[in-house]
Design a protein around this ligand. Structure first.
Ligand SMILES: [Zn+2]
Length: 433
């Protein structure tokens, strides 16, 4: 997946006056995690029991298998601290859900909120009522109303039990799904990941079926949303904003930036580091056309979804620009922005971490903070290189799917020798300490 997210961050205002004091969010929340897992496990058992009553025979036992697998996988993620408990984001999300709940008795009573250390603007609601909200939503969306829109949309999926239906069609040997299941098996290293990933993104559902689900979640979600006191037009604005995440062109990392941040007394900058791998066998004109087309691929989907919403709900026909964010939203937005690097680091996305740090540094934002992360990520890249598993942390150049700027960055990284990486790591780890 192309993590285009990082390119857009710098289009936003900078969070000034934050760095000297900013300390990444604490994830040492052992007791809360333990309690959460206990409750989650009990809820999951209950869910399985009810499914077995509702669906007898093969369907029931297969569903039970999937949900058991899912629990194991999810538990692992909780233990690996992919989520933070009792953070500043919790009360915001709870208050948004309470506002949605006011005129909507159909919203499930028992919803547990989990904030994921994930920079992509996404959310998902699990069968047991655990609602996962990615920190990236606070980065990418503009205000409370837009986050509430995404929550409503996910509630739409939940009310219709879309993920259960996806699992059911897996079990019932739907031909299309069979193919995708094979693909999952071929690509995913860990089989247990399967159920979780399906639920997380529904990415394995293809074409028309998926669009149908999305449209249904949109209209059910909007029906919930409009009953509350949020500004109605923001529902469409949120959709547009999420579409931008996939379609805006990447932002450039300038050559001067490399020269500025990788030129030390002990190790002068070398032009050969910027040398690009030869992809002249490819026809770039052809690529360019293809790239543009690809980046527009998700476009018609969202436009169709918006058109349909406007047809069902005529009040959405008049579009409006985004509302100003509340003070409390702005403060969460700043925290989510400062957590971008800790989140990449946690996910072991050290290459992306370096690229993103350089983007921030290029704009002279929070220099000490991002220099520190640059050092931390380079230390990990050094370890990876030394242990011959750098592939895990740093993408390979892939002209078909990467921007020019990101390709240049990857070329630079792969051109560095082990010693050069070590020197960069040492320099930035010691610089501000
Ligand atoms: Zn959806």
């Amino acid at each position: 997946m192309i993590k285009k997210f990082i390119f857009f961050l710098l289009l936003m205002y900078s969070a000034t006056g934050f760095a000297q004091v900013y300390k990444p969010l604490d994830t040492a929340d052992y007791i809360q995690r333990k309690e959460f897992l206990k409750k989650f496990s009990a809820n999951n058992e209950l869910l399985i029991k009810n499914l077995k009553i509702k669906y007898s025979g093969k369907t029931g036992s297969e569903l039970s298998k999937i949900y058991k697998e899912f629990e194991k996988d999810f538990e692992k993620k909780v233990k690996e601290k992919d989520f933070i408990f009792t953070s500043v984001f919790d009360s915001k999300v709870k208050s948004l859900i309470e506002r949605l709940r006011k005129n909507n008795p159909q919203i499930p009573k028992e919803l547990q909120i989990l904030i994921a250390k994930d920079n992509t603007p996404n959310a998902y609601c699990m069968a047991d009522g655990t609602f996962v909200i990615n920190m990236g939503l606070f980065n990418w969306l503009n205000n409370d109303d837009q986050v509430a829109s995404v929550i409503s949309h996910e509630l739409g999926h939940k009310i219709e039990e879309h993920s259960l239906r996806t699992f059911m069609s897996f079990i019932n040997d739907d031909q299309q799904d069979k193919i995708t299941v094979q693909n999952i098996k071929a690509t995913a290293g860990n089989k247990n990941q399967k159920a979780f990933d399906i639920l997380k993104s529904r990415m394995y559902k293809k074409g028309v079926e998926k669009r149908k689900d999305e449209m249904q979640a949109d209209s059910l979600g909007y029906a919930v949303f409009k009953n509350s006191d949020f500004i109605k037009g923001e529902f469409v604005n949120a959709l547009k904003r999420l579409q931008d995440f996939d379609t805006i062109s990447p932002r450039e990392l300038k050559i001067e930036t490399y020269k500025k941040y990788f030129n030390f007394p002990k190790q002068a900058f070398q032009d050969k580091w910027l040398k690009k791998e030869d992809f002249s066998l490819y026809n770039y004109d052809h690529f360019k056309e293809k790239l543009d087309k690809d980046s527009l691929a998700s476009h018609p989907e969202v436009i169709l979804r918006i058109e349909r919403l406007k047809k069902i709900f005529p009040e959405l026909k008049t579009s409006s620009s985004s509302e100003k964010a509340s003070e409390s939203f702005i403060s969460l937005e700043k925290i989510a922005r400062m957590e971008i690097l800790p989140n990449f680091y946690h996910a072991e996305d050290y290459g992306l971490g370096i690229y993103t740090s350089l983007q921030f540094l290029q704009d002279a934002e929070e220099e000490k903070y991002y220099e520190k992360w640059l050092g931390k990520c380079f230390a990990k890249i050094y370890e990876g290189r030394k242990n011959y598993n750098l592939n895990r942390y740093l993408d390979r150049v892939d002209p078909k799917n990467q921007s020019e700027s990101y390709q240049q960055f990857l070329n630079f990284m792969w051109n560095l020798s082990l010693d050069e990486i070590k020197n960069i790591s040492d320099y930035y780890q010691n610089k501000n300490s």
